[in-house]
Write a protein that binds this ligand. Structure first.
Ligand code: TUI
Length: 314
């Protein structure tokens, strides 16, 4: 059975995290992942504290296993959500899209385990000093807001920069990715794209269909000009946004073009105007499955690969 120090730190059976996906990962998905032995995360995204509180209560009603909240630090509601997780006694918080240092003290005092996403060695060192419990080294293969480095280059450099447990993310959707991550020094993995098609994921069916049909070069990165690159599936919208970045239009107009597109994809399944965030590994995700089955399959594959690895050595 796959087991690591991350399981002991978080009180979970398998070292598998479901990544926070704005507008997508809710209390129902987080509970299903928890019941399957991993740990699920409710994505706060750009939502207010009241939404996050509601989803926390839904998750708590569906599982007695631990679950967490992912806080997107660019959100105007980040301060509000930071208080909600304390009030609701959420056991684990992951953060993304920024530096969480100013919250870490309060969260630690409340007994919350803090796991920031780090896109670089410098952010790894900063959050290690600030008191984080573990880090998620997320490579640019991921869907959504991404950093510069690929997972293969980032994970070992992050492992060398901190004594904390490192969770690998970005481009992982099966046991091969999980086994490779452990070889790089990680003691856990975080998956987004594969959980997007979990049966318990309530995203619009068109979104799932797009992920299931995606091939290897189905994604595109936009937002570089505005300083926050975002990976999504190619659609008429994302191609137009990509082209607009290299045109004369102002940053404000560009920003306005992108606003609301995430909700159009996740809630309405709008194939023309929606922004369908997904990782480069979407091409490998071909089957909807219950969350528990995804976790089982992932860990069994990784285990047999790691056990067989000795055949490479004489
Ligand atoms: O956060 C994510 N992925 C996301 S967030 C999101 S919602 C969104 N909405 C509007 C604009 C942008 C995003 C969709 N996908 N992943 C974690 C992640 N964090 N990736 C990269 C980072 C990151 C980047 C910079 C973490 C820290 C950081 O620090 C920079 C600094 O120095 O403050």
């Amino acid at each position: 059975m796959m087991h690591s120090k991350l399981c002991d730190l978080l009180g979970i059976r398998y070292p598998v995290l479901q990544g926070g996906m704005a507008w997508i990962s809710d209390g129902k998905l987080a509970a299903a992942v928890g019941n399957g032995g991993g740990i699920g995360f409710i994505a706060a995204g750009n939502a207010p504290g009241s939404y996050v509180r509601e989803q926390i209560r839904i998750a708590a009603s569906l599982t007695d296993k631990p679950f967490g909240v992912n806080i997107m630090l660019l959100s105007p509601f980040a301060d509000e959500v930071a208080k909600v997780v304390v009030e609701e006694k959420v056991p684990v918080v992951t953060t993304g899209a920024g530096n969480p240092a100013k919250y870490i003290g309060v969260w630690k005092e409340a007994g919350i385990k803090v796991i920031p996403v780090v896109p670089s060695v410098s952010m790894t060192k900063l959050v290690t000093r600030a008191g984080a419990d573990a880090v998620i080294a997320e490579g640019g293969e991921s869907g959504g807001h991404i950093g510069e480095l690929s997972t293969l280059a980032l994970v070992p450099q992050v492992c060398d920069a901190t004594h904390l447990p490192v969770i690998a993310a970005g481009g992982i959707a099966d046991g091969r990715g999980m086994a490779a991550s452990f070889m790089l020094g990680a003691c856990g993995v975080q998956l987004g794209t594969r959980f997007l098609v979990a049966e318990e994921c309530s995203v619009h069916p068109n979104y799932k269909e797009k992920v299931l049909k995606a091939g290897d070069i189905a994604t595109i990165t936009t937002g570089k000009r505005l300083g926050h690159p975002v990976r999504s599936l190619k659609t008429p919208f994302s191609r137009a946004l990509f082209q607009a970045e290299y045109s004369q239009i102002s940053d404000e107009e560009l920003e306005a073009m992108a606003t609301g597109a995430l909700a159009l994809a996740a809630r309405d399944g709008d194939l023309k105007n929606g922004c369908f965030l997904a990782g480069q590994i979407a091409g490998l995700v071909n089957r909807p499955q219950p969350a528990a089955e995804i976790i089982q399959e992932l860990c069994q594959e990784a285990e047999s690969l790691l056990k067989g690895a000795a055949t490479w050595v004489r």
